[in-house]
Design a binder for this molecule. Structure first.
Ligand SMILES: NC(=O)C1=CN([C@@H]2O[C@H](COP(=O)(O)OP(=O)(O)OC[C@H]3O[C@@H](n4cnc5c(N)ncnc54)[C@H](OP(=O)(O)O)[C@@H]3O)[C@@H](O)[C@H]2O)C=CC1
Ligand SMILES: N[C@@H](CC(=O)OP(=O)(O)O)C(=O)O
Length: 345
């Protein structure tokens, strides 16, 4: 239990697929109380029920900071076309962040920023430590504002078992992933029905590059920059992008006619030789206890068909709820951890 009154939260992109999941999860959350809902000017001014044909009776606001004054935390499910400017603005890390809000975002815009943590809560909560450097390097320095992102939904799915395996068996050297991604991952209205009914679309724009890059940031660590530099009294740090063992990754992405749930075929080659057996891999996955304790539907991933790979070492299948652990649930756990660590004031 948290020994304080619930923190008022605002949701940007509240009318979208991820926004609606935020509302479902936060409406019963013991620490966070939904206070303001924001979306585009198409929805602003309408009761939420009208804007999304749903059941809440709050008025949707424009995503302008004035409406969010009383909120202590901002969750964002904004379309990436607008998230960059609204969350932080092109003027460095401005807007909601510059105005000193902690922002937990699902959008891709700041995932590659060298000072922005990209956190999958079952894997790398320790990357939250980069927030203080992000605040110190902002001009002017920020006291409370920061942005933490969560990953692409397919990346999120596969890094969870991969992290379990790296912790037990050491670095992974090569990774081949083939995704079968649900249509809810593409937002609304998303993929045209005539493209996806009775079909598989073997291309998702930008997805393969995101999976290949984000996996390295999430599975990698944080290291002091060389030559040494100081930020205040602390060493300047950087994400090492798995530099200790360059990780070769090849991703192939497909859209399939499924409403929710991304399924991923994964083959891995370990650095160590001999590699673990399928049975040892199963035992390691069962024994994995991530730093974050998660409860609730869609808050984990399922792994099956663990077997020998005749080309690499081991192959298996992962299934994840792209809207929950792939999006809203991860943001919420990241925020819970930030509250516990005192990073959210
Ligand atoms: N769906 C998924 O499985 C996952 C999605 N993500 C990411 O999360 C984000 C949201 O995705 P999703 O919910 O699927 O997208 P949707 O298309 O369903 O929702 C987008 C939201 O952004 C709002 N919006 C659009 N334009 C503007 C604007 N100009 N100003 C203010 N608000 C605006 C929309 O409001 P309005 O209704 O008024 O248009 C809506 O609330 C994206 O960045 C996506 O890449 C990440 C992981 C998984
Ligand atoms: N692109 C993913 C959804 C997602 O996570 O996107 P992004 O990485 O841009 O937030 C899908 O279509 O299933």
């Amino acid at each position: 239990m948290l020994d304080r009154p619930p923190i008022k939260v605002g949701i940007l992109g509240a009318t979208g697929t991820v926004g609606q999941r935020f509302i479902t999860l936060l409406s019963v959350h013991p620490w966070f109380a939904i206070h303001v809902l924001g979306a585009s000017s198409r929805s602003a001014g309408k009761p939420y029920a009208t804007a999304v044909n749903w059941k809440q009776d709050m008025i949707v606001e424009d995503c302008k900071p004035e409406a969010f004054k009383e909120c202590g935390v901002i969750f964002s499910g904004l379309d990436a076309d607008v998230a960059g400017d609204i969350e932080t603005n092109t003027d460095q890390r401005a807007h909601f962040v510059r105005l000193n809000w902690p922002v937990f975002s699902n959008a891709k815009n700041y995932r590659r920023d060298p000072h922005v943590p990209l956190i999958v809560p079952l894997v790398n909560l320790e990357h939250l430590s980069m927030v203080s450097q992000q605040q110190a390097l902002h001009s002017p320095p920020l006291k409370k504002g920061f942005i933490v992102t969560n990953a692409n939904c397919s990346t999120t799915a596969h890094v969870i078992p991969l992290s379990a395996l790296e912790r037990k068996f050491g670095p992974i050297d090569t990774l081949m992933v083939t995704t079968m991604q649900a249509i809810s991952g593409a937002g609304y209205p998303g993929v045209p029905s005539l493209d996806i009914i009775d079909n598989v679309v073997p291309y998702i724009s930008g997805e393969e590059e995101k999976i290949e890059w984000e996996t390295r940031k999430i599975l990698g660590g944080i290291a002091d920059v060389e030559p040494e530099q100081l930020v205040g009294e602390k060493m300047l740090q950087e994400f090492d992008l798995h530099a200790h063992t360059p990780l070769k990754i090849s991703a192939s992405c497909n859209r399939v006619p499924v409403t929710v749930g991304h399924m991923i075929n994964v083959s891995v080659k370990f650095s160590r030789s001999p590699p673990p057996s399928p049975q040892q891999v199963c035992e390691a996955l069962r024994a994995y206890r991530p730093g974050a304790q998660v409860h609730g539907t869609g808050a984990g991933v399922s792994v099956g068909r663990v077997r020998q790979c005749p080309v690499l070492d081991i192959k298996f299948v992962v299934l994840a709820d792209n809207v929950s652990i792939g999006a809203a649930t991860s943001s919420i756990i990241n925020a819970e951890f930030a509250v516990l660590k005192g990073v959210v004031g």
